[in-house]
Design a protein around this ligand. Structure first.
Ligand SMILES: [Zn+2]
Ligand SMILES: [Zn+2]
Ligand SMILES: [Zn+2]
Length: 381
């Protein structure tokens, strides 16, 4: 896991009060909301066709309201909303970052749901006075309005929680939820969060204000004509090509030999085309996270995978093996690029040289580790 996210999570969790009960938190919000909605809607009688308009109009108004609050108070520091800014831009966005979008345990709901008292304030301080005001004119419109204001709040909480659900949960497969999860995941990117995808339930305001941002999940690794930085290293390893490539493409073992690989989350053993895995790295002196997908595996010949990371980083790594006497000639090709201009300049000035250095070192480490690993199995002739 990306060091900073992991460290933040540990710190945040340590600060949660030991008596905090996530189930009580969720149940209170849900129950209070349902009772409040019921209370408002019970005042409604024999609704006229035109009065029903209060429902879509209120939901529209709510969609606009949360959009403005999220965009201008959640991601821009205003003195009168300092606490919300700290809680959202600080806590929520540090806790959930690309590649780390899901909660681990129910206690993590503390950083997803609003504080429990907020639904009381939203209902009693904001909605109730407006309801009273509207009820002077039309009791049905007022009742529908009041209920929908609280309904909007509840859907926000439920959708946002779904957007941070672990992907194995079946709810995440529902089409509407799936789209919103993708939009919200993009919103959690550091370079996107202040600009795009502020809607949580329905992206209407993002659409109207031109802040909607979409990117398919399997993006082309070469989206621009920016030249890729390419580096190739080779080394001779005692062992046959099949065994050597199997070891090198067992990605969970990368941290054993690759100096920039800190932790790999994936299946054990050599990975086949289509497999995905996650890696925390420290490359060129910077911490980062890569989401990988294997593109090709020809045992003993070729293994190739592509990854995407922070700062618009995309890369492709290819391993090629060839029998050389009793051993193997192992060739590693790394191609990568950054989308942002700043990172491209940093790459030319500094990163490239460091990564080159780390890559060369990794080849020697791979040789040593592969030989040590393969020897007991009797692979070396
Ligand atoms: Zn703003
Ligand atoms: Zn979120
Ligand atoms: Zn946000």
């Amino acid at each position: 896991m990306r060091q900073t996210t992991q460290a933040f999570r540990t710190r945040y969790r340590a600060d949660i009060h030991r008596l905090y009960n996530p189930w009580l938190h969720g149940a209170f919000v849900l129950l209070f909301g349902i009772v409040a909605i019921g209370g408002f809607w019970r005042t409604v009688q024999q609704v006229q066709p035109l009065e029903w308009l209060a429902v879509p109009l209120t939901l529209l108004f709510f969609n606009f309201g949360v959009y403005m609050v999220h965009r201008h108070l959640g991601h821009h520091k205003k003195s009168f909303a300092r606490m919300f800014y700290a809680r959202h831009a600080g806590d929520h966005h540090s806790f959930f970052a690309p590649g780390h979008m899901t909660y681990d345990s129910a206690r993590d709901w503390r950083v997803i749901l609003f504080p429990a008292w907020l639904i009381v304030v939203h209902t009693v301080v904001i909605t109730l006075p407006l309801w009273w005001l509207f009820s002077r004119v039309n009791a049905n419109v007022a009742g529908l309005f009041g209920g929908c204001m609280v309904l909007g709040y509840l859907t926000y909480e439920v959708f946002h929680a779904c957007e941070h659900l672990p992907p194995r949960n079946p709810v995440t497969k529902l089409p509407w939820i799936r789209q919103m999860r993708r939009l919200h995941e993009l919103h959690h990117r550091r370079e996107v969060m202040q600009e795009r995808n502020f809607n949580i339930v329905f992206p209407l305001m993002d659409y109207l204000f031109g802040t909607l941002y979409w990117e398919p999940e399997h993006a082309n690794p070469h989206p621009t004509r920016t030249p890729m930085t390419r580096m190739q290293h080779q080394i001779e390893i005692a062992g046959n090509p099949i065994a050597v490539l199997a070891y090198a493409s067992s990605v969970t073992r990368w941290p054993e030999w690759h100096p920039s690989s800190l932790k790999v989350d994936g299946q054990a053993g050599p990975l086949h085309a289509g497999s995905r895995f996650e890696e925390d790295i420290r490359a060129g002196g910077r911490d980062g996270h890569l989401s990988w997908e294997v593109e090709e595996y020809l045992p003993g010949r070729r293994w190739s995978a592509q990854a995407r990371g922070d700062h618009g980083l995309s890369l492709v790594v290819t391993y090629e093996c060839e029998a050389l006497g009793d051993g193997t000639r192992f060739v590693r090709t790394l191609e990568y690029q950054f989308r942002g201009l700043g990172m491209r300049i940093a790459n030319q000035l500094l990163l490239k040289r460091r990564i080159e250095h780390e890559s060369a070192a990794s080849m020697r480490a791979l040789r040593d580790m592969a030989q040590r690993h393969l020897a007991p199995a009797g692979v070396i002739a």
